[in-house]
Ligand binder design. Structure first.
Ligand code: G3P
Length: 217
C-alpha cells in the first residue's frame, strides 16, 4: 500500500521524506490556504522534495475552467496529478484531461456510484473520504470495500486512494481491504511508528546492556 502525506506544509513533508516511506502527497485548497504563500511555488517545492505523485486541486467549478486550470497545474511539474471535485463538470474534465495523458484524482467521493463514474472517466486515483463519512455515522471503510470490489470485478486501473484518514485504524483497515493508497496527515504518519512496548523493550535492552558493561569493570 502506498502512503501519501495529506498536507500543504513543505516543512512537515520534508521531515517525513527521508524516512523512505512517503510515496506521494495530496493537497487541497484548504491545505494550501493554511500553508500560506504562493500555491504554485509550494506545489513545485513539494514535487521537488517528494518526486512522486502530488495532487493539486482545481478551484474552477465549470468544465472548461477545470480543464484550463488542470492543464496549468500539470505544467508546474511532471509529478503533478490534477485533482478535480466529483460532479458532472469534474467527471467531464477528468475524461478530457485523462485523454490528454494527464493523471487525474477525482476527489470528494462519498458513494460507490461516484467512484464507478470516476473510473469510467479514466481517473488515475479516486479519493473517497472515510473520516467525513464516519463523522456522520456512516462507516467510511464500507465504502472502500465496495469500491475495491467493483474495481476488481471490472479490472479498472483506477487506484483507490483512501482520504480523510483520521488515525492508524483507518490505515490497517484500508490495507486489509486492498486499497491502493492512504493519504494521511503528518500526525497520523507519526502515530504509525508508535508502540509503548517498543519503547519499553528498547529501554530494557539498553539498561541490561549498560548493567552488564558496568559489572565488567
Ligand atoms: O485531502 C482531502 C482529505 O484528506 C481531507 O480530510 O480530514 O479534511 O476530512 P479531512
Amino acid at each position: 500500500m502506498k502512503l501519501f502525506v495529506d498536507s500543504g506544509n513543505l516543512e512537515d513533508i520534508a521531515g517525513l521524506v527521508p524516512l523512505g516511506i512517503v510515496d506521494g502527497v495530496t493537497t487541497n485548497p484548504s491545505l494550501l490556504a493554511k500553508a500560506g504563500g504562493d500555491p504554485r511555488a509550494i506545489l513545485k517545492a513539494i514535487c521537488d522534495t517528494v518526486k512522486g505523485p502530488v495532487s493539486a486541486e482545481v478551484v474552477a467549478t465549470d468544465v472548461h475552467g477545470m480543464i484550463r486550470e488542470g492543464r496549468e497545474l500539470a505544467g508546474i511539474d511532471e509529478h503533478i496529478v490534477v485533482k478535480v471535485p466529483f460532479g458532472k463538470p469534474g467527471v467531464q474534465a477528468c475524461g478530457t484531461l485523462a485523454g490528454e495523458g494527464l493523471r487525474v484524482n477525482v476527489t470528494l467521493v462519498f458513494s460507490a456510484t461516484q467512484a464507478l463514474l470516476a473510473a469510467k472517466a479514466g481517473a488515475t486515483f479516486v479519493s473517497p473520504f472515510v473520516g467525513r463519512l464516519d463523522d456522520i455515522a456512516t462507516p467510511g471503510m464500507e465504502l472502500i470495500s465496495q469500491i475495491v470490489d467493483i474495481y476488481e470485478n471490472y479490472e479498472f486501473g483506477t487506484e483507490v486512494l483512501v482520504a480523510s484518514v483520521r488515525g492508524p485504524v483507518h490505515i490497517v483497515e484500508a490495507g486489509r481491504l486492498g486499497a491502493d493508497v492512504c493519504t494521511c496527515p503528518p500526525a497520523v504518519i507519526e502515530a504509525l511508528f508508535k508502540h509503548p512496548l517498543t519503547d519499553i523493550g528498547l529501554a530494557k535492552f539498553l539498561s541490561d546492556w549498560e548493567e552488564a558493561q558496568a559489572a565488567k569493570v
